[in-house]
Structures are given as structure tokens and as C-alpha cells.
Ligand binder design. Structure first.
Ligand SMILES: [Zn+2]
Length: 476
């Protein structure tokens, strides 16, 4: 096996066979409660053994099929055989970040070499190309194959089953069907599960509200911002969202479950349950995080499940990127063991969370994110050394009765060179509530913000992902 092309093919075949060996309950759920009882409730030892088996096969595969990974192995003085277990991986392999990928994409346009997709494979079984929605660096794209599509539908079906999506549900897909992984992955999983969908791209909120009224979908797929926007649209049409057939709001794309005030507001306005997906384009095709019936306990933080037989999840220290123990709050890192196109090793997804590997009351044994995910490290606002997420401001603002759904965070530099934060909100009562807003923000974010209270309906309405932060500070 000295010919590089032969090695590439042989390691690919071995990798795909390893994935297949650990794929159970492919097409129909194995039980009422779990799509794959065998995997979803596997013992911690079984999970570790599957992960190690996959790592031992993916390392040579990446070495032979991705120039980016080969360069990294060589630079680190490692050979594929050095990575055979999760322990090897975490101990020997530094995290891969978006910047490193973006540099590779810039040097090897237009696709970069950080995936194992080749032009020949794309011609043979290419399925769809996605691009990362991140704002860092050059565009990074990811071409996935039909084999990935099938793995994706299966992994997502396990998650959607956990979220209690069942026969009788109709899902209204409120998405523009752009090159973003979430809605596409869900679309194919729903087809596998036999659940009908209403595609909702290319129409305005009023048209979508009329679909909710007329065709009575039971589940809405949308961003948290859009769940609020559509609710207000229904109200202006004289319809109380609580009287519609919608029983589940299935959100992603922005922090949703993790912001208590937003979660409560959406659930109360719709009288429906909020569930979420969490993930990233780089380490698809699979769900990443998902809710279960116990994700919102009576007391204590919300939790989000992850699938450990198809991914390795860990957190690292935000400063030095050293591996952390479970229970320590850090940035998410994912090793993707469920793809022939993009099986990334220790990719820095970069959201803050805390991991817990104890068994969930739902019976699933895989790791959970405690408090869900509070936002990407890229989104962190640093104002005069005080660090906060837009979600913390969101929670403060939405804790106030009567405050509108929209708000803006404006960062500016004044004539003295001092950076300031102005938060714009909407409220009937005008400036009289400004002090309350200032106090809420100060108590939750330890910062004194200026607050402007505008008339309801003044701020632009969010149609998809909210762009809350406008950073107009002078760069120094
Ligand atoms: Zn659970």
C-alpha cells in the first residue's frame, strides 16, 4: 500500500466501515423512548470504546485525505498511530480554530484542504455545500456527500425523537433554506422519520402567520427572535398565538434556552414548549446539542444533550486553550466522528458552557451542557475590561414587564476616548422606565449603560437572526 491514492482509498474504506459498525437503529426507532436504545443509553465504557475505535480509524483517514491534517501531523511530529484514544487526542493534538481553517482556505482557494472532500468524490457522491455563518476571516465552505446526508438524517432523528417529535406532528420550516446546516439537516431527518413539513422560505411574516392559522402546524422551526416576531404578527392579525395548534417551538441559530427571560417570554406568549438544537457547520453532519423532556427542570439550570458516540465533546480554558475537567466552565471543542467529508479533530466551536457526564433523568447517558450554551466567544463584548455576552443584556432587558421584543446594543467612543454602551429598548411608558433598565443591566452585567427608551415599533423588526450589537467604537 505504498501508492498514495491506494492509501487514501484504503483508509477511507476503513473509516466508513468503522462508522457503519457503530450505527444502530438506522431507519426506525428501536423503542418508544429512544431512537437508538443501544446507543442512547450505552454505558460510559461502551461510549468510550466506540469513540476510541473511531479515533483509531479517523486519524489515518485524515492523514491520507486532508492536506491540512497531514501538515498538522507532520508539524507536531506525530503519525496517525499516535492518536488511538480520546486520551491521546486531548493530550497530543492542539485545538483547531476558525482562523487556522480560514488561513488554509485563503492559501488553497476556494475550498481549503481542511476537509476530506476531493473534487473526484464531489463528482461521485457530492450532496450539498454549506458555508460557515461565522464572521471571522475568509469564507470557509464545507462540501458534504450523500453518505454524510444519510448519517445526518440518522443522528438528527435520534435527537428529534428525544425532543418528542412524533407521528401527528407537522413541522413548519421557517427558514430561507440558505447554505446553513440546521434547517437542511432537520429537513432530511424529518423525511426519515416520516413527519410532514411545510416549507416556509421566501415569504413575509404575515404570510407565515396565515399558514400557522390555516394549516395548523404543531411545531415551528425558527430562530428565537423570529418566534417573538411571528407571535406579534399573529397578534396584529387579531389571533392569540396560544390558541393556535403550535405546541413546540424548535429554535437554533441564537442562544435561546440559555436566556431565561427570553425562554419564558416565548413559552408564555405561545403557550408552547421551547426546544433547541446547537451545533456548527464545521463539525456537521449531525445535530450537536438537543433538548430532552428533562431539559427544563423545575429548579436548576437548563441542560442540553450531546451525542458522544458520534462526537467527542470537551471544554478548554478560554485563555490558554488547555483541556479542562468536566464541571469547569470553558469553551466548547468538538471532535466529529460522523462524517466522511468533515471529520474534524478538536475543532474549537467556541461557546461557553459546563459539561456534565452524569445520567440524565430521561435515561440518556451522554454528556450534557449545563445551562446550555451562552454564546460564542467571538460575540463576547469587552467594554473597558468588563466582559459580557449580548445574551446577558437580553436577559436583563426582557426581565422588565412591558418591554418590547426588540432591543439594540450600541457601542461608541466619546470625545474623551471613553467607550460607552447605549442600550435602546421599546416601552409604552417612555423614559420613566429608563432607570429600571439601567439598574437591571447594572445588577446582571456589572456595567453602567446609557438607556434610550423608544416608542413601541420604532426599532427594526428581526426577520431572521437578530443583529443586536452595533459596535462603532474607535479602534485603537
Ligand atoms: Zn435527558
Amino acid at each position: 500500500m505504498t501508492d498514495p491514492a491506494n492509501r487514501a482509498t484504503a483508509t477511507r474504506n476503513a473509516w466508513l466501515a468503522t462508522i457503519e459498525r457503530h450505527r444502530h437503529d438506522r431507519d426506525v426507532p428501536g423503542s418508544k423512548q429512544y431512537w437508538s436504545p443501544r446507543l442512547d443509553t450505552a454505558s460510559r465504557d461502551e461510549i468510550a470504546s466506540i469513540q476510541n475505535d473511531k479515533i483509531a480509524a479517523v486519524a489515518p483517514f485524515l492523514y491520507e485525505n486532508s492536506a491540512f491534517y497531514r501538515r498538522r501531523f507532520d508539524r507536531l511530529g506525530l503519525v496517525p498511530d499516535d492518536l488511538r484514544t480520546v486520551e491521546d487526542l486531548i493530550g497530543k493534538w492542539p485545538v483547531v480554530d476558525k482562523l487556522e481553517m480560514a488561513e488554509d482556505a485563503a492559501a488553497q482557494p476556494p475550498y481549503g484542504t481542511y476537509t476530506a472532500m476531493s473534487d473526484a468524490l464531489w463528482a461521485e457522491r457530492g450532496w450539498m455545500m454549506f458555508s460557515s455563518s461565522g464572521t471571522t476571516g475568509a469564507p470557509r465552505v464545507f462540501r458534504y456527500s450523500h453518505f454524510d446526508r444519510e448519517l445526518w438524517a440518522w443522528a438528527n432523528a435520534r435527537a428529534l425523537h428525544a425532543m418528542d417529535f412524533r407521528s401527528g406532528d407537522t413541522v413548519f420550516m421557517i427558514t430561507g433554506y440558505g447554505p446553513h446546516v440546521w434547517a437542511w439537516g432537520v429537513q432530511y431527518a424529518l423525511a426519515k422519520m416520516g413527519l410532514p413539513t411545510l416549507p416556509g422560505g421566501g415569504m413575509d411574516a404575515k404570510a407565515r402567520a396565515n399558514i400557522v392559522i390555516r394549516y395548523q402546524p404543531t411545531i415551528l422551526l425558527c430562530t428565537p427572535s423570529y418566534a417573538l416576531h411571528l407571535c406579534r404578527t399573529l397578534q396584529t392579525l387579531g389571533v392569540d398565538p396560544r390558541t393556535t395548534a403550535v405546541r413546540t417551538l424548535f429554535v437554533a441559530g441564537e442562544p435561546g434556552m440559555s436566556i431565561a427571560a427570553t425562554r419564558t417570554r416565548i413559552q408564555e406568549l405561545w403557550d408552547a414548549r421551547l426546544v433547541e438544537f446547537y451545533g456548527c457547520t464545521e463539525a456537521s453532519p449531525h445535530v450537536g446539542g438537543f433538548s430532552c423532556p428533562h431539559s427544563q427542570p423545575e429548579s436548576g439550570p437548563v441542560t442540553t444533550h450531546l451525542l458522544e458516540d458520534v462526537q467527542v465533546w470537551e471544554t478548554v480554558d478560554p485563555q490558554n486553550r488547555d483541556a479542562q475537567q468536566d464541571g469547569e466552565r470553558g469553551l466548547t471543542v468538538c471532535t466529529n466522528l460522523n462524517s466522511e467529508s468533515s471529520p474534524q479533530l478538536r475543532f474549537l466551536v467556541g461557546d461557553y458552557t459546563t459539561l456534565d457526564r452524569s445520567r440524565c433523568p430521561c435515561g440518556r447517558t451522554h454528556v450534557r451542557a449545563i445551562g446550555s450554551f451562552s454564546g460564542r466567544a467571538d460575540d463576547l463584548i469587552n467594554l473597558r475590561g468588563v466582559k459580557m455576552f449580548p445574551g446577558q443584556i437580553e436577559h436583563a432587558v426582557r426581565s422588565i414587564a412591558g418591554i418590547g421584543d426588540e432591543f439594540e446594543i450600541l457601542l461608541t467612543t466619546n470625545a474623551d476616548g471613553l467607550d460607552l454602551m447605549t442600550v435602546r429598548v421599546e416601552h409604552q411608558a417612555g423614559e420613566t422606565v429608563a432607570t429600571t433598565v439601567i439598574e437591571e443591566i447594572r445588577s446582571r452585567c456589572e456595567i453602567r449603560a446609557h438607556v434610550e427608551v423608544l416608542d413601541p415599533g420604532t426599532l427594526p423588526r428581526t426577520e431572521f437572526k437578530a443583529a443586536r450589537v452595533k459596535d462603532r467604537r474607535e479602534k485603537r
